[in-house]
Design a protein. Structure first.
Length: 389
């Protein structure tokens, strides 16, 4: 049986070059970076090198990159730090209804602790309206947090324009760029970004390591207290192998970005066009052009998404219903509901995400399997039979 992995937005395999870069820091150069002897200095130098590679990928300076344990920690730190660090100015935060749960649950926590949260609506493609953002800003607004690329439907927000609005109002701007990193061009200065969350395991690096970009012009309170690591901003002995792996993954992503985007876009379009040609009553969710190059979120009417995922798994195909952080409980996606998709269609949606190791042959196998699934289950669907008369 053929095995095909199409869930690259959930996580990616570690590339061989990344693993090779990490191994010495498990076995030989295993020193604590805070130590003064050789092994410690080797580890510290490796961290500095990785930090620079990650900074280069997003157009930042080295000292603006602070390592975290994950994108979730980076989101928590950015939003809570900006909120409590600016509470003397106000208590109002603006975000959207389609953020990752790492952001939404952080906002829920802040709402329970005296902060006011505005959740912007999005259109049928998952795009915010810039006029809605402008109208939502109040005298006590201290932070806007809007993700760069949606993890479920792949829609890319107009981040540069959002950043201009926040700069003009003297408001901090945070973006969750976990899905964007390594998949679209990012330049924090050009995009007017103050805080940005990223994660290694989305770009063929190891799990358990992320980072928060903090613009050198701003200060937010520390999230973790203790030693003087990370320029005295995040305490704790550094995850040296993870940081090294993240740095190598960032270096590869920067070198291969144009080729990566071109390949994924081509394969994505091939997959979408072929599915739409072979199967009726299928809808592509998210923006048709302004989207993650490898994201395909589709609604297959009259076929339960959970059923399709289970059948795909039996055939060796890995896909998902949306966010990997919530897929263990199969329910209608908050993102699909926010873009106006009816409940029954939201429950008939599946997310496929293409990556560097995906081939056209893989997609042909998946397409043929999907056609078989849809035909099989529509034949026994009373709703489909009723529609066809």
């Amino acid at each position: 049986m053929k095995e095909v992995y199409l869930d690259y937005s959930a996580t990616t395999p570690v590339k061989k070059e990344v693993l090779d870069a990490m191994l010495p820091f498990f076995i030989n150069s295993y020193g604590n970076p805070s130590s003064l002897y050789k092994k410690g200095r080797e580890a510290k130098a490796a961290i500095s090198d990785a930090r620079k590679k990650i900074a280069d990928l997003i157009g930042a300076s080295e000292r603006e990159i602070i390592f975290t344990s994950s994108g979730t920690e980076a989101d928590n730190w950015a939003v809570k730090g900006a909120a409590y660090g600016n509470s003397h100015k106000g208590n109002h935060i603006i975000t959207t209804k389609i953020e990752h749960h790492a952001l939404l649950h952080t906002c829920e926590f802040l709402a329970d602790n005296g902060f006011e949260i505005t959740y912007l609506d999005v259109d049928q493609y998952g795009m915010i309206n810039l006029e809605d953002l402008k109208n939502a800003i109040k005298e006590n607004t201290i932070l806007v947090s809007i993700m760069l690329v949606n993890n479920e439907i792949g829609t890319i927000q107009p981040i540069k324009e959002i950043g201009k609005i926040t700069r003009n109002h003297g408001i901090l701007f945070h973006t969750d760029a976990v899905q964007a990193l390594g998949n679209i061009e990012i330049n924090v200065d050009d995009m007017n970004i103050d805080l940005l969350s990223i994660s290694s395991h989305k770009i063929y690096g190891p799990k358990g390591i992320g980072a928060l970009y903090i613009n050198k012009k701003i200060k937010i309170p520390n999230f973790i207290h203790g030693g003087a690591q990370e320029y005295q901003k995040r305490a704790g002995t550094e995850n040296v192998p993870g940081i090294v792996g993240f740095g190598k993954a960032a270096e590869l992503a920067k070198e291969n970005l144009a080729e990566h985007i071109e390949k994924l876009t081509h394969l994505r379009n091939y997959f979408v066009d072929t599915i739409l040609e072979k199967i009726e009553e299928v809808t592509l969710n998210g923006h048709p052009q302004k989207r993650h190059p490898g994201n395909i979120n589709m609604t297959f009417s009259y076929v339960e998404g959970e059923t399709m995922l289970l059948y795909l798994d039996v055939q060796g195909i890995s896909a998902s219903s949306g966010s990997a952080c919530s897929s263990s409980s199969f329910q209608a996606s908050h993102v699909l509901k926010a873009i106006g998709i009816p409940l029954e269609n939201a429950l008939s949606s599946v997310r496929f995400t293409i990556g560097d190791f995906t081939t056209k042959e893989d997609l042909d196998y998946v397409i043929d399997t999907i056609v078989t699934i849809v035909n099989k289950y529509r034949k026994i669907s009373p709703f489909y039979k009723e529609k066809k008369g």
